[in-house]
Unconditional design. Sequence first.
Length: 464
Amino acid sequence: MVKIDTVVVIGLGVMGKNLALNILDKKFRVIGYDVNQTKRNEISHSQYNSIKELEDLKSYNQNPVAVFLMLPADKISDDYISTVFPLLHPESVVIDGGNSHFKDSIRRVQTFAERNYQYLGVGISGGAEGALKGPSMMIGGHKTSYEKLAHIFNEIGASFEEKSCARYVGASGAGHFVKMIHNGIEYAIMQSIAEIYTVLKTSRSFIPLEISEVFQSWQDSHLDSYLLRISAEIIAHKEQNEQGFTLDLIKDQAKHKGTGKWVSKFAFDLGVPINGINAALESRYLSSDKALRFKIDGIYNSEKQILLSNNESRQSLIQWSKELLELNYILSFAQGISLIQKGSIDFNLNVQLPEVLAAWMNGCIIECKFISALLEIYKKQPALEHLLLEDSIAKNVKKLQYNSRKLVAHAISNHIPLNVSVSNISYFDYLKTLHSSANLIQAQRDYFGQHGFEKIDKDGIFHL
């Protein structure tokens, strides 16, 4: 097999530039291209060359190269990729490292393979710092194409206990598919942490530094995660004049780039419930219309405070918050994994869950200690139907649910919105409800639409 040791990076924005620097640090040669001359010239290294025009790639086609497309998803089209391949050695591999939709990657792997071109769709997580120091990489496509570049991926990806977090996760669009689900889980975990912060702040028993210290103390537990660590830092961050906390001056209107919406739409299309993940996206939508919220608050305004009578109740609030956050971790990952399992089957992606979880062990935004437990579970039970069916998870959820319910009930009675927490508990409750209200729904559908219904005591379709 041909060994590739030269990498072309097309798109030298923050992510592309940092990835190029990462690759150079690992002793590979890099050729950089960007339409912006300033960006092309920002990198200085003995193993680095830049090209002024895409056509200049022809001068490097004596040997195969790996081409990373580090462009916004709307800039990566089939036509654009088709202009790159003819400039390269036939054994070269093009890697889409942007946030492309996985269905586009599925089509491209097949379309380009028919033309004897090799293409990989790679989900990259970790932000700008991850690109520089080692990101989590979820690689999808033909395995033979991956194997040509495995040595490069293993070097530039993050690692955990000396094992690479750049993993081949499955066929065709599996890389971007898994990255899409990753982003949905990311939304849910972010919102979960924000909800716990809101509970503690609204109690008026904790100053920001104390909330930060609480979050820091949880880093010695199963809750330790990248998002919790940065949240502790953010909450404690003060303005330059030391007169206030920066978080109190940030507008409470959360934005998104659309990948969260992809997850929800995909889940609806497949009929997979992801209540907590959907609620995280909806929370961002709710936050965005500040003007409407201001008007409605003016009519329905009420005191938002969880009353604490003594230090004992203060400690209880911390413990309940910790347990609710852990429950949210479990249920958010459970929903994301369920969606991966169903999507992998429906789209023939052959996603290997242990490989996905190994990729998430370090370098990605949802990196957390809990993933270690998940990895062990799915190594032993790769065909596990649902995470809630696993013995150790079931034991833990049974313990966590009681105080989590108490806290959510307190929050609701005090007008504090906990969208993800409420949705996750409802998701859990519905799954463990043997006799639901869906029989009435079926009867209603039949009454007005003659859709029919099935009965528990005999086979067939019936009508009222």
